[in-house]
Design a protein around this ligand. Structure first.
Ligand code: FE2
Length: 365
């Protein structure tokens, strides 16, 4: 490793430990869709391409190392060279924001006597979960390298008994099959005929037992036909892409006639209504957020009562909900067709970063 570079893993560790580090993002403003939490944007791209620091000269940089970042690390390396020539302790983030897509952090809480670790892909907004009761654990929606979950499980002395998916994802490559295989755990997917590998099919009301409790499957179609929420002791719900912290899920990505879209939106409305019948104090733990996730150890969650109060869409009747959802379908996430195809085959390429680059677009605002 060169002394003027830093890897995604090393930067992630510095941020998780709260060590002093300043991330300077030199991408052109038009390229910035997602960022590293706490980073400073400096519009110096054009200057750097011409070998000048430009506005970076005037930057009043705090103590501690400076990490320069751009799309894939090339322009940031120019910034690093120029800053170092000026006596600044600068390091280039290897692979830039494309590589940062794999960065993660965690937050932990206790719900109904179970330990819940939220494993968050900060560079993409994907949330996955390790839920443990009496040292037996279930992972929901594995989205980072399987080794990450294995390490977190070992550190806590937990044994993985099951891996469950809420649906077939379109925004990231699922690591659930690999993780289940690695740890010899059961792999549960909502019943459907799209996945081309073997799994245990989950139907409404099925229980995935672990420790002294279970996740109970609640079929919540709409985002995708098979979308399923997993409910823990009626007091927490892992909602996948059906209900987020401040929005509802979008319809799944394949097109369809206006009539088909309307009928799917009606189904989504029923699913959202069903989720909101959980107790008011029940915690909702979604599959995504739509902003970079801070290294602050705070679990991203909300309560049923809060969603009801704050997300106007959830209070609409069916007809108004359908109209609102169809008027606000976001752009498809990048490479979604290829990602769905690989998830249906249960495959993850050796380097997933090119396919997975970019933010998720799972919510209807
Ligand atoms: Fe999704």
């Amino acid at each position: 490793m060169r002394a003027d570079r830093i890897s995604v893993g090393e930067l992630q560790e510095l941020l998780a430990a709260g060590r002093p580090v300043t991330v300077v993002d030199v991408r052109p403003p038009s390229d910035i869709e997602w960022e590293i939490p706490g980073s400073i944007h400096v519009d110096a791209y054009g200057d750097l391409q011409s070998g000048r620091l430009g506005p970076l000269v005037e930057l009043n940089l705090p103590a501690g190392p400076i990490v320069t970042v751009c799309g894939v690390g090339r322009t940031a390396a120019i910034a690093t060279d120029l800053l170092r020539a000026n006596g600044v302790e600068a390091l280039t983030l290897e692979g830039g924001m494309r590589a940062w897509s794999l960065a993660w952090n965690t937050a932990q809480t206790t719900i109904s006597g179970c330990k819940v670790v939220q494993v968050r892909r900060t560079g993409k907004g994907c949330l996955s979960y390790i839920v443990a009761s009496h040292s037996q654990a279930v992972v929901v929606d594995a989205s980072v390298d399987p080794d990450v979950y294995v390490r977190l499980l070992r550190e806590r002395g937990w044994r993985l008994v099951a891996v469950a998916e809420t649906h077939i994802h379109a925004d990231h490559l699922s690591r659930s099959r690999l993780l289940a295989h690695l740890e010899g755990a059961d792999l549960w997917l909502p019943a459907q005929n799209r996945a081309k590998y073997s799994f245990r099919a989950v139907a409404d009301g099925d229980r995935i037992a672990f420790g002294s409790t279970a996740l109970v499957a609640m079929r919540t179609p709409g985002h995708t036909e098979e979308s399923t929420t997993y409910v823990l002791d009626s007091i927490a719900a892992f909602t996948g892409d059906t209900l987020f912290l401040n929005s509802v899920g979008r319809l799944d990505l394949e097109g369809g006639t206006r009539g088909e879209l309307e009928s799917r939106a009606r189904v989504l409305h029923m699913s959202v209504r069903r989720l909101l019948q959980l107790p008011e104090a029940a915690q909702l733990l979604p599959g995504h957020v739509s902003a970079p996730i801070a290294f602050d150890g705070r679990v991203l969650t909300t309560k049923v009562a809060t969603i009801r109060d704050t997300v106007a869409l959830t209070r609409l009747d069916s007809a108004a909900f359908v109209e609102a959802v169809l008027a606000r379908i976001p752009r498809n996430p990048p490479n979604h067709a290829r990602i769905v195809e690989l998830n249906q085959r249960g495959e993850v390429p050796a380097d997933p970063t090119e396919l997975e680059a970019g933010a998720n677009r799972c919510a209807v605002a």
